[in-house]
Design a binder for this molecule. Structure first.
Ligand code: SAH
Ligand code: SF4
Ligand code: F3S
Length: 452
């Protein structure tokens, strides 16, 4: 959970009369959406870090796993008490749980004023006006096929932030059998490339140097637009217009990772040597039941091609253990895939049943204790692999972008391959590219010294 606060941001803390507190769960797309909400309400609301001080509290929610949904209900239990002591407080729920549960949220939590899904969040300013006129329990959870993402001036980064996200497409048409995203984010919608370039331009003008393009499935960018720009085409446009930035993207579906896109890692100077490529399982039987449309062999071939084009590329992934019907043999195949690929990092999850998805109807559920055991063992193996992978940088000099002050007063920086490097240095170095000698690897980070 992240609270969106930008105390240093002059524009957001000016004379806006009311105070807004946003609490964000879930993925980077939700963080980006929360920034857009703050941006839309900027004229009337400044951000406050304290829920107790707020005139308006918005919880931007995630429903990817059951736990995420439960977190919302316990949070709302606390927030409704604030509303009881301050009846003027407005309380709204946005995002994926809002979309999933809809108006029924009002029955669960009558203190709520509004509920908006990921497409509905753009109507929040009008909803606030209607609430001021005395209307109650307003919801906007329509998912329409012809939704377009409105243009809003780039969400302002916090003063000194050198990284920013830019959503390039929203929604998903893939319907992996375990996943709720297509039901709560709707069909894939791409933003016009001119909007994206304009937004990156605004961010760069504010000092941003590292841009991550976001989408549930960025590889299918361009579908439905009539400008004829596909994802590699978009990357090339951005590279040509902003040759000085570091460019990244997430998430890529392996089935749509084309040779042309793989080639971009070899020939676009801005594109950083990091790819997040969720594999989910190493077993063909499970991949088929997940509706992933690739085999283990096809995944391995793509990894090989990527490493041919870009030998030092960092590859990270997502995995699910205990998908319905996953046998011990299937699970062992996932472990052997980890050994074979040697990911720098893997985000692994126990399968969580989501309402309305195809896998929720699969009968052969894996018991909770088996899922837990499988997850623990998998993380143990991957932690060791990750540490060894990070170890390949020991004794080398890497170029890093200094991002800010991290733990223990040390500087926190990032390699092009997305490894965090902690090192000594003054805060005047934030935003600078530096060469750093890597002394040692830790779990999920590196320790280095600046080379003068
Ligand atoms: N669009 C991305 C990721 C979406 S969600 C993709 O296609 O890969 C991020 C991760 O959450 C997924 O990669 C998957 O590993 C995990 N996830 C999604 N649904 C899940 C579920 N029902 N149970 C457990 N993990 C899930
Ligand atoms: Fe979910 Fe699959 Fe779409 Fe990713 S590609 S968001 S896992 S349905
Ligand atoms: Fe969660 Fe919705 Fe993102 S379900 S992972 S916030 S798209």
């Amino acid at each position: 959970m992240k609270s969106l606060v930008r105390e240093n941001d002059q524009v957001l803390t000016t004379s806006a009369p009311k105070r807004l507190h946003i609490i964000t769960f879930g993925c980077q797309m939700n963080e980006y959406d929360s920034q857009r909400i703050a941006q839309m309400l900027m004229a009337s609301h400044c951000l406050t870090p304290q829920a107790e001080d707020a005139d308006l509290i918005i919880v931007n929610t995630c429903s990817i796993r059951e736990k995420a949904e439960h977190k919302l209900y316990s949070l709302l239990g606390r927030l409704k008490r604030l509303k009881r002591s301050n009846p003027a407080l407005k309380l709204g729920v946005a995002g994926c749980v809002a979309q999933q549960v809809g108006k029924k949220l009002f029955a669960k939590v009558p203190e709520l004023d509004f509920v908006v899904g990921p497409q509905g969040l753009y109507t929040i300013p009008q909803i606030l006006e209607r609430l001021d006129k005395g209307q109650k329990h307003i919801s906007d959870t329509e998912l329409t096929k012809d939704f377009t993402i409105p243009y809003i001036d780039a969400p302002l980064p916090k003063k000194g932030d050198v990284r920013a996200y830019v959503t390039i497409m929203q929604g998903c048409d893939n319907f992996c059998t375990y996943c709720i995203v297509p039901y709560v984010r709707g069909r894939e919608v791409s933003r016009p490339s001119d909007d994206i370039l304009r937004e990156i331009g605004q961010l760069v003008a504010q000092g941003v140097k590292d841009v991550t393009l976001l989408g549930q499935n960025v590889n299918s960018y361009g579908k439905g637009l009539d400008e004829g720009v596909d994802f590699p085409g978009l990357l090339k446009k951005i590279d040509a217009n902003f040759p000085q930035i570091r460019l990244r993207f997430t998430t890529s579906h392996p089935k749509d990772l084309s040779d042309e896109l793989i080639g971009c890692f070899g020939n676009l100077g801005t594109l950083c040597e990091h790819l997040h490529l969720p594999v989910q399982s190493g077993s063909n039987r499970v991949l088929k039941r997940m509706n992933r449309h690739y085999t283990r062999e096809q995944f391995l071939e793509k990894v090989q091609k990527l490493r041919q084009v870009c030998p030092d590329i960092t590859i990270t992934t997502d995995l699910i253990v205990g998908f319905p019907g996953e046998t011990e043999e299937d699970y062992q195949e996932t472990l052997s895939l980890l050994e074979q690929v040697r990911f720098d990092q893997a985000f692994a999850f126990k399968y969580s049943e989501r309402p309305g998805t195809a896998a929720a109807r699969f009968k052969d559920k894996v018991p909770e204790e088996v899922k837990s055991k499988r997850l623990t063992k998998l993380l143990e193996i991957q932690n060791q692999i990750g540490l060894e992978q990070y170890g390949r940088f020991q004794g080398k000099v890497c170029e890093v972008l200094v991002e800010g002050c991290g733990q223990g007063g040390k500087l926190s920086a990032r390699t092009r391959g997305n490894h965090v490097v902690n090192m000594e240095g003054g805060s005047d170095l934030v935003g600078r590219l530096m060469n750093v000698y890597i002394e040692r690897a830790c779990h999920h980070s590196l320790v280095g010294t600046i080379v003068h």
